[in-house]
Design a protein around this ligand. Structure first.
Ligand SMILES: *[C@@H]1O[C@H](CO)[C@@H](O)[C@H](O)[C@H]1NC(C)=O
Ligand SMILES: *[C@@H]1O[C@H](CO)[C@@H](O)[C@H](O)[C@H]1NC(C)=O
Ligand SMILES: *[C@@H]1O[C@H](CO)[C@@H](O)[C@H](O)[C@H]1NC(C)=O
Length: 392
């Protein structure tokens, strides 16, 4: 997620009503309020990759992947009917113009995030556990900037000289090959080469070389999680990347601003707004002869601010966007493989009625997920307050 674009998501949510006390503990809150709303649920349809992203790192630093709580949270994730989990690992660089990428095993606190990197040991344990409970795994390396709030990962490499590109790619290659080898060893089903490196992704020859090196050590499915693009002539990383043909599945982090002019759109209005994106996806699959999937997608249940108290409408709106994202792809005539929802935190107490951030945990959106993913039962919410703070 790009913080700069947060306002788009924030602007999705306008509050009209006062907060009502909802009884989450009994789990009635989610189901009854969903079915009492104007939403109608259609029968489900086959989805190949029923994915959800699982996050610790800077999104939930207090609950590491290999903790007992995280394992419980992963079991809850699996109980939605998901068959795929995307596991994020984050390395860092100082500025957008730095050429050295490194892990942070000692956390650094900033205003919003605590920057930290999951250890290899924790990653190994959580990947093995995911396999043990029947989930397929995508491993998804990210980069964030720790001392450059004016920029984000999409800006890495702006104005780089050839020498800087060579240095940056040397560092990135070490990072990506390390986790490609881990992925091979742990039989990780899918590996994402990068996430939203808009500027870096213009360096086609470097990517082709890196992909060759990765394929020497990793035999699973290769993808890349590109940023979304504008629906006018400008496009974005999704349409500008010319090396999609070198990976196996096209992946798009699909934060397309949809139906932004309507405060409370209906499911059908959001489905209509998806149509230009769907046309774009179809063209990409035909042009590059590759299937496509949504490598990230998510909506906040409110204003994504830590001090904002969400109201009922916020949860309904989030659920409507979830349902529309499923229904929009029901009958598409191109190889669309599925979704990786952003994101489910390692903290099993996250989400619920006080959380206006992006997780679906214990919200109406989770009910929609359960419906489309075919989940049957929900593990009980653990008592107590969330440990991790609201993030996106
Ligand atoms: C690199 O980026 C930082 C932070 O944005 C900036 O202060 C610095 O001047 C930049 N350095 C160069 C050589 O452009
Ligand atoms: C890149 O260079 C352009 C033109 O020289 C300049 O306007 C811009 O500020 C630079 N951007 C960054 C991020 O260094
Ligand atoms: C289809 O996608 C390719 C690659 O992004 C692009 O060059 C082409 O213009 C697109 N065609 C249409 C009709 O959008």
């Amino acid at each position: 997620m790009k913080e700069k674009y947060l306002f788009l998501i924030i602007s999705l949510s306008i509050v009209l009503c006062t907060s009502t006390e909802m009884n989450l503990g009994s789990s009635d809150f989610i189901e009854q309020s969903l079915f009492n709303s104007e939403m109608s649920l259609f029968p489900t349809f086959p989805i190949r990759m029923k994915g959800i992203t699982f996050t610790d790192d800077k999104y939930c630093p207090e609950v590491p992947y290999d903790s007992k709580e995280a394992f419980y949270s992963l079991k809850q994730l699996a109980s939605t009917g998901a068959n795929y989990v995307s596991i994020v690992v984050t390395f860092y660089q100082k500025y957008h113009n730095s050429t050295v990428i490194f892990p942070l095993y000692t956390p650094i606190k900033s205003d919003y995030y605590t920057y930290v990197t999951a250890t290899d040991e924790a990653l190994t344990k959580v990947i093995n556990y995911a396999h043990q409970i029947g989930l397929q795994v995508m491993l998804k390396p990210h980069i964030d900037l720790i001392e450059d709030p004016e920029y984000w990962r999409g800006d890495i490499g702006l104005n780089f000289t050839q020498t800087q590109w060579n240095e940056w790619f040397a560092s990135y290659t070490d990072y990506i090959l390390h986790f490609a080898k881990m992925s091979e060893k742990l039989q990780v089903e899918m590996y994402s080469l990068s996430c939203e490196l808009i500027e870096v992704s213009t360096q086609t020859q470097h990517w082709i070389k890196l992909i060759g090196q990765v394929r020497e050590v990793y035999t699973g499915i290769l993808t890349d999680s590109s940023n979304w693009g504008y629906l006018d002539g400008r496009g974005g990383e999704d349409t500008h990347k010319d090396w999609w043909g070198y990976v196996d599945v096209i992946g798009i982090d699909s934060y397309y601003p949809l139906a932004q002019d309507i405060d409370f759109p209906t499911v059908n209005q959001v489905i209509d707004a998806w149509q230009p994106v769907i046309a774009r996806f179809k063209n990409l699959t035909e042009f590059f002869n590759r299937p496509i999937m949504i490598s990230e997608i998510g909506y906040c249940s409110g204003q994504c601010k830590r001090d904002y108290i969400p109201v009922k409408q916020d949860f309904t709106k989030q659920a409507i966007y979830y349902q529309a994202a499923f229904e929009a792809f029901r009958n598409v005539d191109f190889p669309f493989y599925g979704y990786f929802w952003w994101s489910w935190n390692t903290d099993p107490r996250d989400g619920g009625r006080k959380d206006n951030c992006i997780t679906p945990q214990f919200k109406k959106a989770e009910e929609v997920l359960r419906h489309y993913y075919g989940g049957r039962f929900r593990l009980p919410k653990l008592p107590g307050s969330p440990v991790c703070e609201c993030t996106v």
